[in-house]
Write a new protein. Structure first.
Length: 585
């Protein structure tokens, strides 16, 4: 019946009625104690006045400071501290009125009644408000929500437990994992180390991990506890809106320790920046980062109308200029360089899906090589201060056309007479969640019930989050002087089959199988970032510089021209990139 369902109005009315009764009781008992349980008749009116005035003051004070909005079920320690303060405030207001009207309304009022009444009221009000939660915790461990392990630093643990207790969520904190604060309590919740939790707690199914904890390091420990649900916590505003399931990206992500946001900001701030391929996975994130770091004007260039529309609508910034062009169309592209005084060009436009490129070699050469050459040539011609090309680990000893085309672009950028333009390339591996990457594919296959298709049991790849990769690209570009080929530290390579198993594990779908389908055209088992050990270090451990490769630029330009007209384009690519071993399977 809806009559008995809890509502805010019913809760407030209940609180007011209880406060009405408790105030009467506390005033009357305080007079009884003051007069040794024999109250003179002359004080009956004072009892009535004190009761009604104190009750009125408390209703106003409690309402003003939102004490009546606190859920009875989740009334906690901090709420009780606030109750004490508000009772003190209401008593002080009553004393003020007593002083102001001492010769009229409160003539002869016994002042010793006031402290007695305060302590009786404090006991009654506090006991009632914590009573429901106490009963629920003692007699029904799940009544307040699922017993939940909190994994967080001391500050974050206090924040999370406070939010969980205060808000009506499905989770209730029963223990906190924190080695530094072990043996203490935070908001009444025990803090233990892992061994103690493992020995004492059985049956925990939920863990909430704060954003200052490395999930990769904690994940295996949570598996030992048979935790089946792991949530991430991000914000202090409303825990119900900021708890999210962990993803495979969380377990693979690595945060560079030497990310220098000040250097990136100085590089980007107040600059006019052209981003090619601005609607793609990398280009769109570069666009976001440039807005965040204070670019003066952002020229977003993409030949896909839909992708360009998406990023323009997302950013909604007055300093954005959407440009629907192809980097292959030299005549149209030059107009952009003529019309804008460009400080930085971030070149992310490329065809990068290996099997598709294998089937469309000519288009890949046009887009990846000719498009990049056009952008570099115009950057030099129109005095762009910095040109940054996004390269790939597949350019190292390439086995596919995509990698070979990117290697040609690296050679062109390193050997072109760039005059005042500083041309740098940044090489890195796979980014998590990019279009065409394995993770979205696996997610789709899991949704469809499997199987997850892996090309080979031993295939490995480097992975990095898109925002991290893009920030490191900008950081590398900020220290480039021209001619460098930067290599980002991608950490340890990941076996794709292990990635598949972990995604199945996270999904909770034990019925999903893995199927090996064989390597695809142009695909190799192991990607490489470094050709040899002759790589220079920079001031940042996450960024290295590859040994430069000298190449006669006139010869390279002639070979690129030959690429456009020769029927055997693979042979010409091999002439330019001798280490290109085409794996056509």
């Amino acid at each position: 019946m809806t009559l008995f369902l809890p509502t805010n109005f019913k809760r407030i009315m209940m609180y007011i009625f209880v406060d009405f009764v408790f105030t009467l009781f506390s005033v009357y008992i305080s007079f009884l104690l003051r007069f040794d349980f024999s109250i003179p008749a002359q004080y009956n009116l004072d009892i009535l006045k004190a009761w009604l005035i104190l009750f009125g003051i408390r209703v106003v004070v409690f309402s003003y400071f939102s004490l009546y909005k606190v859920s009875w079920r989740y009334f906690g320690f901090r709420d009780n501290i606030r109750l004490i303060y508000l009772l003190i405030l209401s008593t002080m207001i009553f004393i003020s009125l007593l002083y102001l009207f001492r010769n009229s309304l409160f003539l002869g009022f016994p002042r010793s009644v006031i402290p007695i009444e305060f302590f009786i009221a404090l006991f009654l009000f506090s006991f009632f408000r914590i009573s429901k939660r106490y009963v629920l915790e003692v007699f029904n461990k799940n009544a307040l929500g699922k017993p939940t392990l909190i994994v967080a630093s001391t500050q974050k643990a206090e924040e999370i437990t406070r939010n969980l207790i205060k808000n009506s969520t499905d989770f209730f904190p029963v223990v906190i994992y924190n080695d530094e604060a072990k043996g203490t309590k935070i908001n009444g919740v025990d803090v233990f180390d892992f061994e103690k939790i493992l020995s004492v707690y059985d049956g925990l199914k939920v863990a909430i991990v704060s954003d200052d904890i490395d999930l990769k390091n904690i994940y295996e420990k949570l598996k030992q506890l048979n935790i089946t649900t792991i949530k991430k916590y991000h914000s202090i505003e409303d825990v119900r809106l900021n708890l999210k399931d962990i993803s495979i990206e969380d377990l693979l992500a690595r945060s560079p320790k030497d990310l220098d946001k000040n250097a990136i900001k100085e590089f980007i701030k107040d600059k006019t920046i052209l981003i090619t391929g601005a609607g793609g996975s990398i280009g769109s994130e570069l666009s976001r980062q440039c807005i965040n770091f204070g670019a003066k004007k952002l020229l977003l260039l993409d030949h896909s109308e839909y992708n360009l529309y998406k990023i323009e609508q997302e950013l909604q910034d007055k300093n954005i200029v959407p440009i629907l062009q192809s980097v292959v169309d030299r005549k149209v592209l030059e107009k952009t360089f003529k019309n804008y005084d460009i400080d930085i060009l971030l070149h992310a436009a490329a065809y990068k899906h290996v099997p598709l490129v294998e089937e469309n070699v000519e288009e890949a050469i046009l887009n990846n090589i000719i498009g990049t050459k056009n952008c570099m040539d115009f950057a030099v011609k129109y005095g762009v201060k910095k040109f940054v090309m996004i390269s790939t680990d597949k350019a190292v000893r390439p086995t596919n056309v995509m990698g070979a085309t990117k290697r040609v672009c690296e050679l062109y950028g390193q050997n072109l007479n760039s005059k005042s333009t500083e041309i740098v390339s940044v090489r890195f591996g796979n980014v998590l969640g990019s279009s065409g990457s394995v993770i979205p594919k696996f997610k789709k296959q899991i949704e469809n019930g499997g199987p997850l298709t892996v090309t080979h049991p031993n295939i490995t790849r480097y992975f990095m989050l898109i925002p991290e990769a893009c920030q490191l690209v900008l950081q590398a570009a900020s220290i480039g002087k021209g001619g460098e080929l930067f290599i980002l530290d991608m950490g340890e390579p990941v076996k794709i089959v292990d990635l598949a198993y972990k995604m199945i594990e996270l999904s909770g779908r034990g019925d999903i199988k893995i199927e090996f389908i064989g390597l695809r055209k142009g695909e190799k088992l192991y990607e490489e970032l470094l050709i040899d050990e002759a790589n220079k270090k920079t001031q940042y451990n996450s960024i290295m510089i590859a040994k430069p490769t000298s190449y006669d630029i006139e010869l390279l330009q002639n070979q690129i021209e030959k690429l456009l007209i020769d029927e055997d384009k693979i042979s010409v690519l091999r002439q330019i990139v001798p280490e290109f071993k085409h794996n056509i399977i």
